[in-house]
Design a protein around this ligand. Structure first.
Ligand code: GRF
Length: 209
């Protein structure tokens, strides 16, 4: 299956670039239908332009509520033909309105081994806490902040002399690999969602082949 992707961004877009490169080289069976940014000056938009994929800016500031903003994004993504959504450095919380439009089809990449260090500045939190191992997580998005079912994780060792920036750079390298690996697994039908019943979490199985 070829994944029809919508990628939501707010900033640099290096994870978007990893997707674009993997699609371009034929490593990933996907097509980026739309790059959607809530910020007009996001560098990710230039990456999209360079790759020749459609891009759009919808500013959250133009909407009275988060739900109205989400409805506008849903309309743009549907119009573009996006079926799977990747939050790649998208700095807004999406509401249940958005999640129910793309149920179990919204992925996020986070720079820690969840459930440790959710929220902003996960790399800084890891350095300050003094953990020796951190990493990155790709997960399905649910209503909480970085709480959704985990699809895959990759570990990164913390060095004694690491600061937030140095650690963040090494985590990013792994983020780019992991995100493309997960999307490839989804495209190959190797990702299975096992819905939780009362008292058990929804889990995700990723088969190796
Ligand atoms: C990444 O560290 C990602 O995990 C987090 O935001 C950062 C985005 O980086 N959600 P980029 O815009 O993809 O370069």
């Amino acid at each position: 299956m070829t994944l029809a992707l919508g990628v939501l961004v707010s900033g640099n877009g290096s994870n978007l670039q990893a997707i674009l490169d993997a699609v371009g080289s034929g490593t990933l069976a996907a097509s980026v239908k739309l790059v959607l940014s809530n910020k007009g000056d996001a560098y990710a938009l230039e990456r999209a332009e360079r790759a020749g994929v459609p891009r759009r800016v919808i500013s959250h500031r133009e909407f009275a509520s988060r739900e109205d903003f989400d409805r506008a994004m849903i309309a743009a993504l549907r119009e573009a033909g996006a079926e799977w959504i990747v939050l790649a450095g998208f700095m807004r919380v999406v509401t249940p309105v958005f999640l129910s439009a793309f149920e179990h089809r919204v992925l996020n990449i986070h720079p820690s081994l969840l459930p440790s260090f959710p929220g902003a500045h996960a790399q800084r939190q890891a350095v300050q806490y003094g953990v020796k191992v951190t990493g990155c997580t790709v997960h399905f998005v649910d209503q909480g902040t970085d709480t959704g079912p985990i699809i895959a994780q990759r570990a990164v060792l913390v060095r004694a002399d690491d600061d937030e920036a140095a650690l963040g750079e090494r985590i990013l390298v792994e983020e780019h690999r992991l995100l493309v690996e997960v999307l490839s697994a989804i495209a190959a039908g190797r990702v299975e969602v096992v819905r939780g019943t009362e008292g058990t979490r929804t889990r995700v199985n990723l088969r190796a082949s």
